[in-house]
Design a protein around this ligand. Sequence first.
Ligand code: G6P
Length: 607
Amino acid sequence: MCGIIGYIGHRRASEVLLHGLSQVEYRGYDSAGMVVSSGKGMRLLKDAGKLRDIHAKHDFLKLEGGIGLGHTRWATHGPPCERNAHPHSDCAGNVAVVHNGIIENHRALRTELMARGHKFSSDTDTEVVAHLIEEGMKKKKEKSPSASDSRRPSEGAARINDAVLDAVRAAISRLEGTYALGILIAGENRLFLARRHAPLIIGKGKKEEMFFASDIPALLGYTRDFILLNEGDMAQVDAKGATIWGADGKPAVRSPLHVDWTPQMAQKNGHDYFMLKEILEQPLTLASAVSADVAEGVRLMSGAVRPAIVACGTSYYAALVLQYLLHKQKKVANTYLGSEYAYWRTGGEDVVVAISQSGETADTLAAVRLAKKEGAKVLAITNVVGSTLSREADATLYIGVGPEVGVVATKTFTGQLAVIYKLAYSMSGNRAGLDELEAMPASVQKMLDEIQEPVKHLAKLMSKRRNFFFISRGVGWPCALEAALKLKEITYLHAEAYAAGELKHGPISMLEEKVPVIAIAPSGSLAPKMESNIRECKARGASMIVLSDDKTIRDEGEHWLVMPKVSDDFVPLFYILPLQLLAYYMTLELGRDPDQPRNLAKSVTVE
Ligand code: G6P
């Protein structure tokens, strides 16, 4: 949710910021902007719309200077428009601020600042930060006799610099809520940053240049050496390095992190969209996920008496698969949506498994914090090394599928599933399952090679329909839920998923002539009842699309996709692949953008 990038060094800042923003744009893309400072002063450029359109209209690269901040927005306070786009500045235009998160006490601060004569020009919560700093600097100047003492210019300058730091620190201390903040002040050869419950990392350049950003992929083109800030940290960054203060205001040292992700991993590699690239690279990413070290997870989970699982969105459907596998081992685990955990938990959970591709989802983190407070150990399953979740968890299993840039989850979902299978099979000592898992990436490759063309054809037909139902049973049901989510996220069409047996308890009333019902119907234990459910839909005129490895079941469909035979557990992993592709190709048919669907953000850092 909102992408932030900052740069200070020898390059043209606008170039770095523009590149970095294009990498974090998936976090929010309803407006964008940047501010750059040079000897000639500070210049700010921002507008509503997508980054490439704003750049085409205004040309970010005309901004000169080696220090700057950039931002892509996912609106919370105030609609997406030029005046609400970040950076925001103070009355005099000397302070510029970019922010991700929500300043919860912004109303009170705004009233107080307006009473002191500050003029606001946006509807955002963020703008108070710029005015608070301006106010702090004004007060310091008034108090400092040396600020106007022309006989001792260098000492005066040093004091003013300290006054700037004090004003920034004082402003931050007034904020309640969540923030990742980047702050630029005219005439300063340094940037300020602060984080509280929102991601922000510092990147170290090779020679005399420093970066910061909301996440690691934004900076991969420049560095793979990072410094991770803790909750409540504030930092000052100049071209030579970073000075960090902890939440207690004392100087702090934070450990460096070197990542092995490459810039190419965050490129489209010849594909039109990241989503297609990320779907097609799943044989590789699955091979990497399958090699995850799950020992810590096995240790925690094996000792758990009352485990629970929390997650949101796509990760929640992966969580249901983990629940299913644990129940097969007679290990009862409740599964909760992160946002509902506080209301529904039984209490007394000893281990909470938190699944989140980004490791930054606020709802999941809130559940984790609550569980920890009540004494639970936390096992994280995430893709992002150094993410907030991984740092707050007692142990982390990394899915290791490389950066996922498309807003909707594809390879991270299957990566989560792979790690979940490995965890569950390792817990129960299921050697055959582990062997099958090892062989799975090759079968996925074969299937993807064969299924693309039939799916493209189906997408052409389906893109003319407006309502879709997905049905399955057992462990196929989370797959149906995820398939419906994929379709609605990027096509904006109406799609719902049901456990196939539930259809007759209400939703069947919505079936009429030619409404597509997509049935995930593998052979095996689920087949007989799925066949009956398919017939029930056909009897109401529905247009059945059947995915199965069994010809007899496929023959029930008006359309079908030939699936490989897989064991029951692997149904969600294999069957989601053609349905990811279906959503993708239908989106193209409809002329929409699969990488940046409207209203969504990849990492949702507000509750
Ligand atoms: C957002 C994304 C979804 C994702 C969900 C949970 O809503 O758009 O694709 O499934 O967050 O994200 P997480 O990072 O916790 O898996």
